[in-house]
Design a binder for this molecule. Structure first.
Ligand code: NAD
Length: 255
């Protein structure tokens, strides 16, 4: 049984992970660290600062807090010889440097997406990419999302473009020459891959990668219905990482 401390333990992800990871039966939640008090403790101790965490009770730290929170947890993990799993996004280059430095002292996993289905769909798309002439991506999210297109769709486009390029396929040229309403053909990203963003109430996070070739099509669809979709990927990372210094960037290599 691995004992975890969750930084950002009062947040939406922190609470979902505390519940979801402890339900797996192979992790105990020893500490919830957060600047504000968590609604539920899941048997853990609450600490408002890393100074109040007893390192002897923790095996691995999971961080879904803020970029400033990552700096604190990475520094603490490096000082106390604990593995670190980071899901927090939006790190500056200086903050990322602190993470890279911690990975020279302890094991660190950092990933922008811990959903196994999302990561697998990117792998499948890269596998399919050399065999289809054209590909476009539709990403669909809830109506509170403020950025478009999603980071996940950009990462998928990059992976597909790299696979197309490695297979000697040229950049796709959009056949549309008359735009009756501008924007109808979506956003141009890397390699001529179009991304179309849909925002509607009721959606969570969904993505379709549509391939087209002579006489056939292939659609790879992934749906996140709930924050629970991140639990398995975080568990995989927490299972893997320990104090041995190394950096695992993305969970693709763990699947
Ligand atoms: P949230 O705002 O609900 O929770 C963040 C929590 O962190 C809050 O409780 C806040 O008080 C706490 N916090 C902020 N700064 C802190 C600090 N310095 N020290 C300790 N605690 C601090 O946000 P959320 O939806 O739970 O998301 C948290 C992070 O996880 C975001 O960066 C988000 O983008 C990321 N995220 C990543 C993935 C992934 O798969 N990698 C998935 C979902 C969310």
């Amino acid at each position: 049984m691995k004992a975890l401390a969750i930084n950002g333990g009062a947040g939406r992800m922190g609470q979902t992970l505390a519940s979801g990871l402890s339900a797996l039966g192979r992790f105990s939640i020893a500490a919830l660290v957060d600047t504000r008090e968590p609604a539920e403790l899941f048997g853990a101790n609450y600490a408002s600062s890393w100074d109040d965490v007893d390192a002897s009770t923790i095996d691995v730290v999971v961080d879904f807090s803020s970029p400033e929170g990552v700096v604190a947890s990475a520094t603490w993990c490096a000082a106390h010889g604990k593995g670190l799993v980071i899901g927090t996004t939006g790190l500056s280059s200086d903050q990322r440097h602190v993470v890279d430095d911690a990975a020279t002292k302890v094991g660190v996993v950092i990933a922008a997406n811990y959903s196994l289905g999302a990561v697998l769909s990117e792998k499948f798309a890269a596998l399919a990419a050399p065999y289809f002439e054209r590909v476009e991506i539709i990403e669909l999210h809830h109506d509170k999302k403020v950025d478009a297109p999603s980071g996940t769709s950009i990462a998928a486009a990059k992976g597909i473009a790299a696979a197309r390029s490695a297979a000697g396929l040229s950049e796709m040229i959009d056949p549309t020459v008359r735009h009756t309403v501008s924007g109808a053909r979506g956003a141009d990203t890397i390699g001529g891959i179009k991304i179309h963003s849909v925002r509607l109430p009721g959606l969570v996070a969904h993505q379709e990668i549509l391939f087209g070739g002579p006489g056939e099509g292939l659609t790879i669809r992934h749906d996140s219905f709930d924050r629970l979709s991140f639990v398995q990927g975080v568990a995989l990372a927490a299972d893997t990482i320990d104090a041995t210094p190394r950096l695992i960037d993305g969970i693709e290599s763990l699947i």
